[in-house]
Every structure is written in C-alpha cells, then in structure tokens.
Design a protein around this ligand. Structure first.
Ligand code: FNR
Ligand code: 8K6
Length: 346
C-alpha cells in the first residue's frame, strides 16, 4: 500500500511517528504477580514496534483502579522496572510507545484490591465481571472532593512513573465507560457539586487530570482517549452532547500530542451526536485526531486521504498479525482476528 499511511507524521516538535498506524491499547490480562509486566509482554510489544506508535494496554494507576485479572500497574517500583524492559525492547527496534493510564472507577471490584470501588456517584453498574462471571459489580463509593484531589495526584504519579520507565508519553484513558468517562455522562454522574450537573462541572475532573499530567510531563507527551457516544458500561443520554462540545472546545486550548476516539465499532451512529463518533470529534477538535473502530488498511487509507482523521489505530488485527505493518506495506493478506487468540501473547 502506497500513500500517506506510510509517510512519517509529526505529533509536535519533539515526536515524529514513522507512519500513520497506531497499535490501539489492548488489555491482555497477562501481567505477572503483583501486576508486573513480563518478558513475554516485552517481546509481544517489540514484535509490533514498526507501528508508528504503540499505545500500551490500559495500565492501572492504583490498587482500586483494577477491574480485570492480571492487568499491569504503574504504581510500584517493580512495575516500573518491568515496564523498562518493554520500552527498551520497543526502542531497540526503533518503535515509539505511550502508556495508557487507567482507572476503571465503578467497574472495579474489591475482589482484586480489597477496596470498595470509587466513582463520581453511588450508582452501581448492573451485571457480572467479564471473565469472572461469578462476581457481580458492587455499589461504588462516591468520591469526596478531597478524594478527587488524591486521584488526580495519583494520575500524575503514574504519568511520572511511566516516563521514568522510558515511555515516550502517556495516553489518559478517558474512554469506554471507565472513571473519567463516568464523570462525563449523565447516566453515571449524579453529583450536585462542582463536578456535576453542568457541562463545565462534568468536564472538570477530566480537565484537571489532563492539566495536571501536562504540568508533570509536558503537553507534547500527553494524549487523551474519549468516548462521546457511550456504548460500554454507560447508557448514552442526549444531554451528554453538550458536555463533549464543551470538553472538546477546552481541549482545543491545550496542545495535546493527540486526541483518540474510544470505540469498538465506529460505524455505530448516535442521534444526539449527529452521526458517527469520529465525525463528531473531527468537526470540533483542531489538533491531531486518532480514529479507531473496525478500520481496515483500505478504510484507514481512505479516511486519511479524505481528511477524516490523521492517525489510524488498529486493535484486533494487531492481535492477529504481529507483522501487520509489513503485511499491509507488501499488500499481503491479513490473518483474521478470533477471540480465541486472546489466550496467548503471540
Ligand atoms: C480493547 N480495547 C481497549 N481500549 C482501551 O482504551 N484500552 C484497553 O486496554 C483496551 N483493551 C481491549 C482489549 C481487547 C481484547 C479488545 C478487542 C479491545 C478497545 C481497542 O483499543 C479498540 O478501540 C477496539 O478494539 C476497536 O478497534 P479494532 O479492534 O476494530 O481495530
Ligand atoms: C473482549 C475481551 C475482553 C478482554 C479484557 C477486557 C478488555 C477491556 C476493554 C474494555 C471495553 C469494554 C467494551 C465491551 C463492549 C464490547 C462491544 C463489542
């Protein structure tokens, strides 16, 4: 495949990507004891180092952030050391890698940490945990304003730890119905204080995290993933639209490395967003936009040539094809993704 896809792309004056493909963040539940990344994880990422940018699997910023088994962390010295092996191997192959910083909020479980899940409001998510069907979600504790300050500080510590571990930057996980996203939607944010009710208030937590991380590691090393159209863990509400209109306008005033859509399938349309999530963001956000969600090499090529997005994140095909970049470059067929592939790190 020819085209712009394989041209380099500058995120800013300090970071240039070798091509327009990013490996999407992909939770693999393969961390070792104490949520330390393993050598096998380092090799898995290194095999994909020819992506313009790798975004790591979501990585928990503190103990009560965990909602799935064996998800890696970035809050202990051993975890930082484990991640150093990952970044060294990726860099040795000429790659670039951001860490995705994660707190799952109300879809955490005390099974993992012994701690009650925290959330904007005491609103329980119905159902059972994926992969652990005998565990039901618990009633979360609504964070106090003092506790919100602590979570923001924990994002900052995690971002600094990521940089100490050799990452090229961090992507704040504000998407897919997790903690930050829970503040951004009416379904999960019932607060009456300065973090609820209005667009400005509901965006406050997200922007506080973004600004604190920017202050710690630099805007050129900070990215954000968002889900304007709720589709996982949260019910969409037409009023969410105003919140995201406001949030994106605020983000236009920060010089993030990029803004990333969080969704599984971007052919999904939302009436209150006037169509697809990617179109909604592109029409508002002025900086580098990374799209995702069912992209193929062909639709990635088309989207970039039509200026629908700047960078194409690829998820499941990157699980199925460690050599995705080579195959696309040489126009070789791709191996089709199958959920059974999640059982091992190839
Ligand atoms: C994901 N996705 C995801 N998203 C995220 O922000 N952090 C994560 O850790 C994960 N983990 C994850 C695991 C697995 C197994 C899948 C399939 C997906 C979502 C992912 O980044 C991407 O948005 C979707 O997979 C859609 O892109 P594709 O797969 O259609 O290219
Ligand atoms: C799909 C395999 C599960 C592996 C671990 C968890 C992955 C975390 C990703 C979070 C997104 C949740 C979205 C669920 C919606 C699915 C729509 C197809």
């Amino acid at each position: 495949m020819s085209s712009k896809l394989f041209e380099s792309y500058s995120l800013n004056s300090t970071l240039t990507l070798a091509n327009r493909f990013a490996m999407a963040p992909l939770t693999r539940c393969m961390a070792g004891p104490d949520l330390v990344p393993t050598e096998a994880m380092a090799d898995y990422y290194a095999r994909r180092a020819d992506a313009g940018l790798i975004i790591s699997e979501a990585t928990i910023i503190r103990a009560d952030a965990q909602g799935y088994p064996n998800t890696p962390g970035i809050f202990t010295d051993a975890q930082i050391e484990g991640w150093k092996t990952v970044t060294e191997k990726v860099h040795a192959r000429g790659g670039k890698i951001f860490m995705q910083l994660w707190h799952v909020g109300r879809v955490a479980h005390s099974y993992f940490s012994g701690l009650q899940p925290v959330a904007p409001s005491a609103v329980k998510h119905e159902g059972t945990l994926p992969r652990m069907r005998d565990l039901s979600y618990e009633m979360p504790k609504a964070l106090s304003t003092e506790e919100i300050r602590e979570v923001v500080a924990d994002y900052v510590t995690a971002a600094k730890n990521a940089m100490a571990a050799g990452f090229d930057g961090v992507e704040i996980h504000g998407a897919n119905g997790y903690l930050i996203d829970q503040f951004l939607h009416f379904d999960t944010n019932k607060r009456n204080d300065e973090y609820g009710k209005t667009s400005e208030n509901m965006s406050r937590f997200c922007l506080e995290v973004v600004d604190a991380v920017i202050a710690a590691v630099g805007a050129d090393r900070t990215a954000l993933r968002i889900t304007p159209g709720a589709y996982a863990h949260i019910e969409p509400d037409a009023r969410d639209r105003d919140v995201f209109d406001y949030l994106i306008e605020e983000l236009n005033q920060r010089d993030l490395a990029y803004l990333h859509l969080g969704i599984f399938d971007d052919s999904l349309t939302f009436e209150h967003l006037g169509g697809r999530s990617s179109t909604y963001i592109r029409e508002r956000y002025k900086g580098t936009f990374m799209s995702v969600g069912g992209l193929t090499p062909e639709t990635a090529e088309q989207g970039i040539s039509e200026d629908a997005f700047d960078l194409a994140a690829i998820g499941r095909p990157f699980i199925a094809n460690p050599d995705f970049i080579t195959r696309v470059r040489n126009q070789e067929p791709l191996v089709e993704y199958d959920a059974a592939m999640l059982a091992e790190l190839v």
